[in-house]
Ligand binder design. Sequence first.
Ligand code: PEP
Length: 260
Amino acid sequence: MNKKTLIVANWKMNLNVAESSLLVHRLDKKIVSHQDIEIVIAPSMLVLQPLSKDINHQKFSLASQNAYFKDEGAFTGEVSFSMLRGLVEYGIIGHSARRIYFHETLEDVRDKVKAAVRNNIIPIICIGESKPERLAGETMQVLHDQLTTAIYHLTSEEVAKIVIAYEPIWAISTFDGEPSKPSDMQRVLKFIRSQIKDLFGHNIAEEIRILYGGSVDNHDVLAYLSLKDCDGILVGAASLNYEHFVDIVQKAYSLKHSKK
Ligand code: PEP
């Protein structure tokens, strides 16, 4: 199956409207649109609307970094997926920063995934274990629990479209991550796909896109993208550096081309 490689830039709480516009214009000049690669930009909530008018939609899709699970109501300070409908193609859900700093539970993530799908937004569901969980040998159990709860309410057709991002917390730059060894990650990505296979069968497991994220930069991106079960990368810090991000996209493209 020839899936598009997905490169997601999570800008986190960085770049105001003017800075975001500047970065996206610089990226636009350097990045050529490739039919095999999909580039998704996740700026701050405030920036989504102006950026959607600014960007070349042939080259870039947009994602929210979060949203609330109710469609409307007295939820002061929140933005719903129904408000993002038509504005973003993707929504990052369950990022470790949200689980840790904002105490999002498995059930919160499940409800947000359902809300995104209800509003025609593809969820990018982040899952990953902490360092103590890893050291205690609990990685697979943690991933199983996070994944199965997150997709609990989805039909098989809905599951086929979701994106899963495996982001071990111990490898994310925000948490002073230590780089993972790419070759160690294939086993985990394969396990995630096998969980989908057990629940929804071989075809859906093959169709689904599984990303890796955790301090990936332009130097090691090829090693991750070469893993059999890696369909793309969720990039944090390196996506704020225009040269590094362009290099990441170019490397993803060269890998796709070398396989043709
Ligand atoms: C992230 O926060 O999703 C992430 C992958 O960050 P970084 O690449 O900076 O570790």
